[in-house]
Ligand binder design. Sequence first.
Ligand code: SF4
Length: 355
Amino acid sequence: MPDKINIDSLDLNGLRSFVLQHGMPKFRATQIYKWMYHKGCESIEEMTDISVKDRATLAELCTFTNMDIADVRRSKLDGSVKVLFKLGDGEHIESVVLNDGDRFTACISSQVGCRMGCTFCATSQLGLKRNLTAGEIILQVKRLNELLAEDEYKLSNLVFMGMGEPLDNLENVKVALSILLDDNAYGFSHRKITLSTCGLTDKIEELFKMETPVNLAVSINASSQEERAKTMPVSNKYPLDKLIAVLKKLPVQKRKSITIEYVMLKGVNDTMEDAKRLAKLLKGLDKAKVNLISYNTGSALGYQPPIEKEALKFQEYLLNNKIGVYIRKSLGSDIEGACGQLRAKHDKSVEGYDE
Ligand code: SF4
């Protein structure tokens, strides 16, 4: 008997092929989809408008993704919530809900760990354990919405900025995006979803072949190839000048922009020389806006946040060079839910584990 298939790891096209292959009418796929995503159903038996025969077939062939909430930590500073999930095989991942006024943004994970090796990022210390399935990506959104529903809130935005490099798991991420964007399922607008990458240029181009690409954020974090290769080894394979050249050619839709993420590390990439080089680098990238993110204090990785006055000078220089630039508020730092802090802390193999 072959392994059961995770029915919640199929998008509508995948589900249609699956039901047809097993002798069911095509419309079963939409029925199943609505049960799962509009009614939150996680068992075949509950799908009562599907014939008994087809329910028996589905129950025999399919299962649902198994993922439990193992821990919830709430920020006392800003209302952010960090959730630790235990996956079916015992691995753990984290997701964060960031509350910014009336917006609730889920920062979701795409991999257990990450193999990109950015030296300022806690997740990179785990290495890559495995990719998440589409079902595991989607279930984070569902479980976070269930948590928010206790206070009558719901997620308004999603960012793929949790654990992992989403473009290193592009096949599963594409299926998850298809489910998130589909009106028969979650119905998110493509404008409300942002995918953040450390710059895998070939995969960025592939992502932009989607019918309605989601927003793109690219972590640059340096103003020169030499500097970037020291903190982001991925730059050896995907050099900075080539990355910027690809970004310049992307067919970015009207009223959309590419976000350039720049985590400021004191004494590493926060000098006026860096500001000048960055302005030059981004010249001609008209659709770009820059997010300057202050590195979080309390990290065991040996970096420090910039001095506020220096960060403001950096911002001013870019503004004077007609580059849209914001200093982003870091949320969730007291629960280690801020940028680069996710590391599924239960994992005792990670240095500094102190529970
Ligand atoms: S910053 Fe992102 S790409 Fe880099 S190691 Fe961390 S999770 Fe991976």
